[in-house]
Design a protein around this ligand. Structure first.
Ligand code: F0G
Length: 437
């Protein structure tokens, strides 16, 4: 059966063709998803095909998204694919971080090793490919940083114009720099992410601009490849837990869909549990799981983990359904917990941005609460790279980091630079003193 778009609400089920430009259901307003059928899949054959492609030099096989293109059957004309190439990100063992969390072992799937340094590239290659299939000339997104850099790069690579909307004053320079360099029309709006997204949804429809926020179901298709690649790297051994940060909740929606489809295709025979971690100042999804009912937005979301500074996550219904399906949990962590966890990940030789480090902080809390067993097999997704926001890192290590409400953050694992006079004896003395630290 050929893929089609379907309303995500089980009580509605309206269908749309793949070439329709729709982001939500015209009948009930819910988000849409691409429905694929893997009934005829031969799991053994797929696994060996994907393995063989790892030695191929063909541009699509070199991509860690399109190497798995049988799982993204919405593309029939592969000549339209826009790839940089993306994916192929490492899976690290992180013993120091495991010890900090109270676990015997812990793995990090590091999506910061992508062409624009975040997990957004896995989805953007698919989203921009769909824009190319549709013949779009302009693509747009609202972003806390990573999506904008990713969209700007893929639009540039494909010859489309990117229009990027950012919350003024709340964007890390590492990301703004990328958007500018890749030639995107960059518009800073004096509003927060949630407010801008509402506005851009209206404008995009009016002006014929293709919207590539995670409401776009084709981005979710690409983002599924993160979990596919992770499982392939693990020899298809399903972990007990997969842990990831949650903001607008596109990534957990993609992870859940990816796992459901791998299971349906017979590529895995069990499912992991999932944990979504939010920053305490921007945690509407965590509150939903604690209190039940419908999601109540956080009107003034705050966190130094700007990537997940989102109070009204647009994909919450999809995310809620995926988390429940996977017997998942949702946790929130403080600014101090995020900052310390980030430094601990750094001590493993792995650089991540604050939002990504929320995973380790959340795992530590969940182990202490007895939710995650100390001997559990846990994989966490690091969503973005350390170099997005060096200012945060410097402030933490030099004891100057403060929460959004101006409370000091302790630099528990601080590593401030040392300044010395140009004096050989003094430098030698310093080196001798620090030898066994
Ligand atoms: N981690 C990082 C590094 C992110 O950039 C984001 C989202 C998330 C986690 C949360 O993922 O929204 O799928 O739950 N960043 C978006 C952006 C909002 O504009 O770059 P989510």
């Amino acid at each position: 059966m050929a893929p089609y778009l379907s309303c995500f609400s089980p009580t509605c089920g309206s269908r749309y063709g793949l070439s329709e430009i729709v982001y939500s259901c015209g009948d009930c307003g819910s988000l849409l998803e691409v429905v694929n059928s893997f009934d005829d899949a031969d799991p053994r054959q797929l696994k060996s095909l994907w393995q063989r492609r790892r030695t191929s030099l063909a541009p699509l096989d070199v991509s860690g998204v399109w190497r798995f293109r049988e799982m993204l059957p919405f593309v029939t004309d592969t000549a339209r694919i826009v790839t940089l190439p993306e994916g192929n990100t490492p899976l690290f063992d992180a013993p120091r971080a495991a010890q900090y969390a109270g676990l015997a072992g812990l793995q990090f799937k590091h999506q910061g090793y992508n062409p624009t340094a975040s997990f957004k590239d896995n989805g953007m290659t698919a989203g921009v490919t769909q824009a190319a299939i549709l013949g779009m000339r302009r693509v747009a997104c609202v972003s806390t940083g990573n999506t904008s850099a990713s969209l700007a790069a893929y639009a540039a690579a494909s010859g489309m114009q990117a229009v990027i909307f950012l919350p003024a004053g709340n964007i890390a320079y590492g990301k703004l720099a990328q958007a500018l360099e890749y030639g995107a029309l960059t518009i800073q709006v004096e509003a927060n992410f949630d407010q801008i997204l509402g506005l851009v949804l209206e404008l995009a429809a009016e002006l014929g601009i293709y919207l590539l926020n995670s409401v776009n179901p084709f981005r979710i298709e690409g983002q599924k490849s993160i979990v596919i690649e992770m499982l392939e790297q693990r020899g298809w051994r399903v972990p007990d837990w997969i842990v990831l940060p949650g903001g607008n909740l596109g990534n957990i929606s993609a992870l859940g869909k990816g796992l459901r489809e791998l299971h349906a295709a017979g590529l895995i025979d069990s499912l992991p549990r999932v944990a979504v971690v939010q920053a305490a100042g921007s945690a509407p999804f965590e509150r939903l799981f604690r209190e039940g009912g419908v999601l109540r937005a956080v009107r003034r979301p705050e966190t130094l983990a700007t990537a997940i500074r989102i109070g009204d996550p647009v994909s919450w219904r999809k995310a809620e359904s995926e988390v429940k399906e996977l017997s998942g949990v949702v946790e929130s962590v403080t600014e101090q917990e995020i900052a310390d966890a980030k430094a601990v990940i750094g001590r493993c030789g792995i650089g991540s941005e604050p939002a990504s480090a929320a995973t380790l902080a959340g795992i530590r809390k969940l182990v202490r609460a007895g939710t995650i067993e100390p001997d559990a097999d846990v994989s966490a997704i690091l969503t973005g790279h350390l170099l997005k926001d060096p200012d945060y890192v410097y402030r933490y290590h030099s004891g100057q980091l403060k929460t959004p409400s101006d409370e000091p953050i302790q630099s528990t694992f601080g590593n401030a630079p040392v300044t010395v006079p140009n004096d050989r004896a003094e430098i030698e003395e310093l080196l001798l003193r620090s030898a066994d630290q």
